[in-house]
Write a protein that binds this ligand. Sequence first.
Ligand SMILES: Nc1ncnc2c1ncn2[C@@H]1O[C@H](COP(=O)(O)OP(=O)(O)O)[C@@H](O)[C@H]1O
Ligand SMILES: [Mg+2]
Length: 314
Amino acid sequence: MNNTVELKNLHIKAGNTSLVYKTSLIVKEGEIFGLVGESGSGKTLTAKAIINLLPQGLTYTADEIITVGKNMLTASNEEKRDHIGKNVGYIPQNTVFYLHPLIKIKNQIGDGYIQHTHKTKQEALEKAEMLLSKVGFKSPKTILNYYPWQLSGGMRQRCNIAMALMNDPKLIIADEPTTALDTTVQKQVMELFKAINEEMKLSILLISHDLGLVKRYSHSLGVMYAGQIVEAGSASTVFDEPKHPYTQLLIKIIPSLNIKKNEPLTEIPGFVQDKDRDSQGCLFYNRCPKAMDICRVKVREHMKEDHYYRCNLE
Ligand SMILES: Nc1ncnc2c1ncn2[C@@H]1O[C@H](COP(=O)(O)OP(=O)(O)O)[C@@H](O)[C@H]1O
Ligand SMILES: [Mg+2]
C-alpha cells in the first residue's frame, strides 16, 4: 500500500525561532490520520508545509515531503501549485467563515475546478450539484443559489466539504473542521467525513485539538506538543498503550475535555514551552510528572513497528 503523505524531519522557523521541529508523519492510503495537540502546538503549520502553503516569512527544511506521490522538495512552485490544486482538498481552519458571504455559492464553488480542469461553468455546476447532494443537501439547486450568509455554520461547512471534493482529490486536509460548530452538528459533519473516507477511499488528515474526536474517528494519529510530535502510531496502539506521559495524561482527561481555543489545558499544570522548540531535551519536562534530570538535555526516540514516541522512559 502506498502512503498518501510522507513527512520526515520537518523544521519550520520564523527567523531564528523554531516553531515546528523534528516532525515526521505518514498518512497511509485510505486512512484518517488525526493530528492532535493543544492550540499553538504546530498542527496548522505542519499541514501547510505538506501542501506548500506556509506563510511568507517562515522558512523550513525537511528530509522528505511527499504529498500524493509528488516530491515537494524538488518540484517547481508551479508544479506544486498545480499538483496540490488537483489532488488535495484543503479545508482551512475557521472555514465556517471562509466562503465569501456576499457571493452566491454557485459563483464560488466551481472556481478551483474550472481552473484545474478547464471545464465549463455549466459542467462545474453539475458536479457541484452532485456533490452538494452527496454531503447531505436535499435540494442542492436551491443551495447553489444561496448566499453563504443565508446558511447555518453546519451547512456552510458541508458546502466547504463539497468544494474540497470538486477535483476528486486523493487527500483531504481538514483543519479543526468542527471547532466552531455545536455538538450535534459536529457529530453530523464528522460522520460525513467518515462516510467520505469509507465510500470514496479518500485519505484524510484530520487536525483537531480534541483527542476524544480523534479517538473516535481516526485510524492513526500523531500527538503534537510544543512543535514536535511526541507520539504517533495506529489509534489502537496509542490509545491502548500510550507511552508518552503527555499522551497518557491527555487520554485520562478525555471525558472532561472541553478545551477552549487558545487556552492551555488546565488539567495539566504548567504552560507549553514556547521558546527553544529545537531543544535536544524534552519540551514537556516542566509539566511532566515523571520527569528526570536527563530529560532537560536529552530525549530518546523510540520506533517500535509503527509506534513512535520520544521519551527517556521505556
Ligand atoms: N506566520 C507566523 N509567524 C510567526 N509565528 C507563527 C506564524 N504562524 C504561526 N506561528 C506560531 O507557530 C506556532 C504554531 O502555530 P500553529 O501551527 O498555528 O499551531 P496550531 O495549529 O497547533 O494551533 C504558534 O506558536 C504560532 O504562534
Ligand atoms: Mg491551527
